[in-house]
Ligand binder design. Sequence first.
Ligand code: NAD
Ligand code: 6OD
Length: 493
Amino acid sequence: MQQTLTLPASLSPTLNYVNGEFVATDKWFSNRSPVNGEVIADVSEADSALVDQAVRAARAALDGPWGAFSPAERAAILQRVADGIERRFDDFIAAEVADTGRLVEQARSLDVYRGVANFRTFADLMKVAGGETFEMRTQEGELLNYTVRKPHGVIGIISPWNLPLLLLTWKVAPALACGNCVVVKPSEETPSSATLLAEVMHEAGVPKGVFNLLHGFGPDSAGEFLTRHPLVDAITFTGESRTGEAIMKVAAEGVREVSFELGGKNAAVVFADADFEAAVNGVLKSSFTNSGQVCLCSERVFVERPIFGRFVAALKQKVESLVIGYPDEPGVGMGSLISHGHRQKVLSYFELAVQEGATVVTGGGVPSFGDARDNGAYVLPTIWTGLPDSARCNVEEVFGPVCHISPFDTEEEVVRRVNDSKYGLAASVWTTSLKRAHNVSRRLHVGIAWVNTWFTRDLRTPFGGAKLSGLGREGGRHSLDFYSEISNISIQL
Ligand code: NAD
Ligand code: 6OD
C-alpha cells in the first residue's frame, strides 16, 4: 500500500505564491517522505527579495479591492475557499499524508476536515461579530461610545509541521475574515497542503496579494526574513517555545503584536473512580495520536495508586496492539514520525530515559519492516514508569509517541505535580465525580483542561497556553480580537 506516498501533480515542483502568481527562486530544497526517505518534490526556497515582494504585495492589496470588501463579502469568499478545499479533499489528504506519513483516516477526519471547518467557522463568526457600546452623561450632555474593528494590515503567519493544514488555516481564516492580508510561511517539512491552499485561494477569486505563501526555513531564511520585515504589522506563530522567544525579540522592533501557540508537557490525570476502559482508551489517544506529535499530547500520565498496576498493564496491552505501518494500510494505528531529524531527537530521549533509570514498559526502539519503510522515520510507541518528576524525560517535551506513568495518592498532590512544569498548555482529567472534575480542572494551570475527553474542540472557545506554552488566545472572538485593531469612537451627542 503505497499509493498515498505521491503528491498531487501540481506540487512537483512546489512553488511559492506571491501577488497572485506561483513563483520560483533559484534556490531549492527537497521534500522527503518520512515513510521511506525518498524525495517526493523539490521545493522553491523564498529568498529575502521574494519575502519583500510578498509583504509589499500584501500591503498593496489592503488598498486594493480587498480593502473595500464588507465583512459579509469576506465571509462569502471564505466559504468559497472552504468549498474549494472540499472539492479537492482527496488532493489535500494526499498532500498531508505524503508530507507527514500520518494515517489517511486521520488526515480525513481531523486535518482536512478542520481545514474546511476553520474557514466556515470564521466566515460565520465574522458575520455576527459585534462591538461594544457605552452611553454616559457628561456635563456637556450625552456621550456615545462604540467600537469598530479594523484590520491590523499585514499578518505574518508561521506554522509548524505537526498538523500543517489545521494549524495554518486556524490562523489564515480569521486573519482574512477580519480584513487583513497575509504572508504565510509553513514548516519546511510540510510545504504541500499550504501550496494546495494557495491554488484554492486562486480558484476562489481571492484578490492578488491577499494571500501569499513562502517556503523555506526559520533562522536566516524565509521565516526570519518575514518576521523581521518592517511592513509586517503583527505575527502569529505556532511552534516550539524557543522559536517563540526568538520571534518575540524580533517582534519587539516596531512593537508588533504577537500571538503564540507553543510547546507543552501535558498531563493526563486518572482517578480511581474513572470509567476504567474510557480512561485507558482516552490516554491511548491522548499520548499516541499522530505518533505523539500533537502539542496537546499527554506525555505525563498520573494514575491514582489503587488502579496504577492495572492501568499500566491495560495501556501496555493496547499500545502493543497498535499496528505500525503505511498510512493507508487497513488496520494500521500509527504512522511514522515527521523526519529522520526528529526521530533522532525522540531516540535520544529513549536513551536518556534508560540512563535516568526508567523502566521501559514497552517500546523504546525502532520497528523493523524488512522493506522500504526501514528507511523511514518510524519509532515504537513507548511507555516508561519509575522516573522522578524531576527527570529530564518528565520535564522536557519529547513530541513523540511516548508517555511516562506515575502513581499518585491525593488530589492535592496530583494538582501540585501537574502544575510543577514550565509549560501550561493542556491537561485531561478522568473521573466520574462531578465535584472532583470541577475542582481539579479549574486548579490546573493550563489553557485548556478536558474532563473525560481529549482534543475535542469547539472553535468558538479560547485556545492557547499558559507559561512557556504560549501568549494570548485564539478561537472564536479571541481570534477576531487578535486579528483586528479595535477602535473606540466617542461621540458627544
Ligand atoms: P519550530 O519552532 O521548529 O518551527 C515552527 C515554524 O517556525 C517553522 O515554520 C519554522 O521554519 C519556523 N521558524 C523556526 N525558527 C524560526 C525563526 N527564528 N524565525 C522565524 N521562523 C522560524 O516548531 P516545529 O518543530 O515545526 O513544531 C513542533 C513544536 O510546535 C512543538 O514544540 C509543539 O509543541 C509546538 N506546537 C504547539 C502548538 C500549540 O497550539 N501550542 C501547536 C502545534 C505545535
Ligand atoms: O485545535 C486547534 O485549534 C489547535 N490550535 C490545535 C493545536 C494542536 C497542536 O498540535
